[in-house]
Design a protein around this ligand. Structure first.
Ligand SMILES: CC(C)(COP(=O)(O)OP(=O)(O)OC[C@H]1O[C@@H](n2cnc3c(N)ncnc32)[C@H](O)[C@@H]1OP(=O)(O)O)[C@@H](O)C(=O)NCCC(=O)NCCS
Length: 176
């Protein structure tokens, strides 16, 4: 298994991975998001990682920057979306995608990584609801218990609550 940066040339592979992993209905929305993110140009950059097995794309994750108001020197990112093809699940591919992304973000000096997903899955990487407390996304969350974060670098003094703003692809209330 190899993890590499995905580019806009991988759009069809990215779409296929998410369509295969998420249930019908959700798959269309999430795969559109994943494809949008792979070509959205942001500063700092949105990072898209692909897991290949024998040259076949089997997993994908995206990490996009979030702006945190009132804390100028804290760079945040959000992990979304993540998927592994059903026939390749439970082989640690999802874990390696998450961990590889977290390592890249740490090396970049990123302070905090958010995720909106199942705490039972993301808890294993150290994400917690507590770490996300006080950081308010732009939309009302349908599943507030899924709003989590992991601190990658000590944020120092925090003005609370701090509003966070996501990249354009994530600015859709249907995703929250
Ligand atoms: C979540 C997902 C990416 C994990 O990929 P993976 O390559 O199977 O992950 P890993 O092999 O690293 O970990 C597998 C473990 O995660 C568990 N897991 C998967 N989804 C889970 C969830 N929603 N909640 C809790 N545990 C979950 C599996 O049961 C397995 O547990 P085990 O280690 O005790 O056997 C994959 O199941 C997937 O694509 N699911 C559909 C899309 C999705 O829900 N994505 C967002 C997650 S919030």
């Amino acid at each position: 298994m190899q993890i590499r940066l995905a580019t806009r040339q991988d759009a069809d592979k990215v779409r296929h991975v998410h369509l295969s992993a998420f249930p019908e209905g959700e798959g269309e929305v999430v795969s559109e998001l994943a494809v949008d993110l792979v070509s959205e140009e942001t500063t700092p950059p949105t990072i898209s990682l692909m897991a290949d097995v024998d040259g076949v794309a089997v997993g994908h994750v995206a990490f996009s920057p979030v702006a945190i108001d009132s804390i100028n020197d804290l760079q945040g990112y959000i992990l979304a979306p993540l998927a592994v093809r059903p026939d390749y699940q439970k082989r640690c591919i999802g874990s390696q995608l998450v961990e590889s992304g977290m390592q890249r973000l740490t090396d970049m000096g990123v302070g905090i990584l958010f995720v909106y997903g199942d705490p039972k899955y993301y808890g294993r990487f150290g994400f917690s609801v507590e770490a996300a407390e006080g950081y308010v996304p732009a939309y009302t969350l349908r599943y507030p218990f899924g709003w989590q974060a992991i601190v990658l670098r000590d944020p120092g003094a925090k003005m609370s609550p701090a509003r966070i703003a996501c990249v354009a692809s994530l600015n859709d209330p249907a995703l929250w």
